[in-house]
Design a protein around this ligand. Structure first.
Ligand code: NDP
Length: 280
């Protein structure tokens, strides 16, 4: 069997065009502020893409580039300024931050109503108890891809490899909220293959190219590769695409799978923030 490729790029394009249409009918423009500290090349590329996406759909974007040496206090002041700015509905601090700045302090300063990344403890808490709030973009993108491709979730065995607060954990939560039976694996899991082989849906968010090989997946499983490792200009996922795509029924590749969806979900969350703020 050769897997159907889950085309995140095409799905994200469709979502962007729906957002563009929606924004064109608004009197006041939604606004997204992105703060980048320092010049990490991967961060620069992500921030540029966010700016491009906003432009495409008609969202006002304010990109704030701060020097690497900025103090935590100065960064916090900037965030407070954006919290008060009526033209801004979403605020995102591009991670990682330099070591001398505490990421938690920065995230905690964002007004939860403008926290379009969904990383603020208020949003994370609301999400955990199933209350309305922002859902982090990558996990939201993973579930949207499964739904766009009509991949059943309810009653399925879902395995998530990776348990970070911003990727693995919320993906597992969303799968559970959609009635899958979820297993979470991590670096201390013994005999990873024993778990992955049982997965009808396997989501891998680790950052180790080639971690998942064909013999570790179930015949006809749906595989979502979230991992991204950069080598020069190349992006590599965690799943050995060539072998796994011959065995799975669906596969979201890297690049072109979850990555574009993460960006599209950020636009969606910005619209959600706009609607909450402007329309109460
Ligand atoms: P983290 O480094 O925070 O988490 C990695 C997770 O993988 C940890 O839970 C770790 O376990 C686990 N892990 C490490 N080694 C193994 C192993 N050998 N077997 C099983 N589990 C292992 O990364 P993130 O969660 O932030 O990101 C994960 C990947 O997703 C990265 O490659 C990142 O670049 C990518 N990513 C992609 C996005 C996209 O849009 N496509 C967006 C965000 C991230 P432990 O907890 O025990 O340390």
């Amino acid at each position: 069997m050769t897997a159907t490729i889950i085309d995140g790029k095409k799905t994200a394009e469709k979502i962007r065009s729906e957002i563009k249409e929606y924004v064109s009918g608004l009197k006041k423009k939604p606004g997204l502020a992105v703060i980048q500290v320092g010049k990490n090349p991967a961060s620069t590329s992500y921030v540029n893409l966010k700016e491009k996406d906003c432009k495409e759909v008609g969202i006002y974007s304010k990109i704030i580039r701060l020097v690497e040496e900025i103090s935590e206090e100065e960064l916090v002041e900037k965030i407070i300024e954006l919290n008060k700015d009526n033209s801004i509905h979403g605020i995102l601090v591009q991670l990682p931050l330099p070591k001398h700045v505490n990421e938690e302090v920065a995230i905690d300063m964002i007004n939860p109503l403008k926290d379009v990344d969904g990383f603020h403890p208020v949003n994370a808490g609301n999400f955990f108890i199933g209350k309305a709030g922002f859902v982090p973009c990558t996990p939201k993108g993973v579930i949207r891809l499964l739904k766009e491709y009509d991949i059943p979730i309810e009653g399925k065995n879902a395995v998530v490899v990776g348990r970070s607060n911003i990727v693995g954990k919320p993906i597992a939560m969303l799968l559970m909220m959609n009635n899958a039976t979820v297993t979470i694996c991590h670096s201390k899991t013994k005999n990873l293959a024993e778990y992955t082989k049982n997965a009808d849906i396997l989501v891998v968010a680790v950052g180790k190219p080639g971690l998942i090989k064909a013999e570790m997946v179930k015949e006809d499983a749906a595989i979502i590769d979230v991992g991204i490792t950069r080598t020069g200009n190349l992006l590599k996922g965690d799943v050995d695409f060539d072998s796994v795509s011959k065995k799975a029924s669906y596969i979201a590749p890297v690049p072109g799978g979850v990555g574009p969806m993460t960006r599209a979900m950020l636009l969606e969350n910005t619209i959600e923030a706009y609607n909450n703020i402007e329309r109460g």
